[in-house]
Design a protein around this ligand. Structure first.
Ligand code: PGA
Length: 250
C-alpha cells in the first residue's frame, strides 16, 4: 500500500513569519498523519524556522539544490546546507526551473544523483507542454524526462525518488487534467519504471499529481488507482484550502 503524500510548494511566496503562521494553523487543524504524509516546500530562507514547528513525520522540502558539494557557485545552495536545517526532501526539475531558468535534463539528473547520494528524497517533476499534448506526444515527452532525470540511478537510490506529474498547461492556470487523463499518465509512468527497474520498485513508487489541485478536485484525483498524492502550489498558500486538501480522506 502506498501511503498518500501531499506537499505544499510555496514557490517564491511568503515571508518567514507569514510561513510560520500558515504552518502553525495547518498543524493545529489536526490532519491525521496516519492517513496522509504531508509537508511544506518553503523558500530556502524559511526552512530552519519552519522546521521548529514540525514533527519527525512531517516533510520539509527545499525547492531546489545545486549538484556540487560546495564552492564558488554564487547564489546556489547545497544538499548539505538544506540537510543541516532539517530538510528531508527536495523538489527537482519543476517546470518553472525547466522553463524560466532553463534547467536541462542533464543538470536535473546531476541534481537527482547528488540529492539521493546525500540521503534526501527527491520529488522529480515532469510534465508536457500544451503543444506536446495537442501533438499527441505527451506520454513520450514525460517518459523521456523521467528516463533522463533518473539516468544511471541505481535501484536503491531509485527507492528515494517520488515522481510528480505536472502538466505544464495545468500549473497555476486553474485547468486540471481530468482524472482519467492523469490516471492514464500515472499508469504509463509506473509501467515505464517497472521496465526500467523492477515491478517491486514500480509498485512502491509514489506518483503525485500537480497542477491546479484544489479542495474541489482532490477527492476525485485521489480516487484514481495510480495517483498517490499531490504537489500543490497556489492552494497550499491558504490554510483553509490546504487543510481541506490534506483532509481529502474525510
Ligand atoms: P499550482 O502549482 O497548484 O498552483 O498549479 C503546482 C506546482 O507548480 O507544483
Amino acid at each position: 500500500m502506498r501511503k498518500p503524500l501531499i506537499i505544499g510548494n510555496w514557490k517564491m511566496n511568503l515571508t518567514v513569519s507569514e510561513g510560520v503562521n500558515l504552518v502553525k494553523s495547518i498543524i493545529d487543524s489536526g490532519v491525521d498523519q496516519l492517513k496522509v504524509d504531508y509537508g511544506f516546500a518553503p523558500p530556502f530562507v524559511a526552512l530552519s524556522e519552519i522546521k521548529k514547528y514540525l514533527n519527525d513525520s512531517h516533510i520539509l522540502a527545499a525547492q531546489n539544490i545545486y549538484f556540487e558539494d560546495s564552492g564558488a557557485y554564487t547564489g546556489e545552495v547545497s544538499a548539505d546546507m538544506i540537510l543541516s536545517v532539517g530538510a528531508n526532501y527536495v523538489i527537482l526539475g519543476h517546470s518553472e526551473r525547466r522553463h524560466i531558468f532553463k534547467e536541462s535534463d542533464e543538470v536535473i539528473n546531476k541534481k537527482v544523483h547528488q540529492a539521493v547520494k546525500k540521503g534526501l528524497t527527491v520529488v522529480l517533476c515532469v510534465g508536457e507542454l500544451l503543444e506536446d499534448r495537442e501533438a499527441g506526444c505527451e506520454t513520450e515527452t514525460v517518459l523521456r524526462q523521467i528516463a533522463l532525470g533518473v539516468k544511471d540511478l541505481g535501484p536503491d537510490h531509485m527507492k528515494r525518488v517520488v515522481i510528480a506529474y505536472e502538466p505544464v498547461w495545468a500549473i497555476g492556470t486553474g485547468k486540471t487534467a481530468s482524472k482519467d487523463d492523469a490516471e492514464a499518465m500515472h499508469r504509463a509512468i509506473r509501467g515505464f519504471i517497472s521496465k526500467l527497474y523492477s515491478e517491486n520498485i514500480a509498485k512502491d513508487l509514489k506518483i503525485l499529481y500537480g497542477g491546479s489541485v484544489k479542495p474541489e478536485n482532490i477527492k476525485d484525483l485521489m480516487s484514481a488507482e495510480n495517483i498517490d498524492g499531490a504537489l500543490v502550489g497556489g492552494a497550499s498558500l491558504n490554510a483553509e484550502s490546504f487543510v481541506k486538501i490534506l483532509k481529502f480522506y474525510e
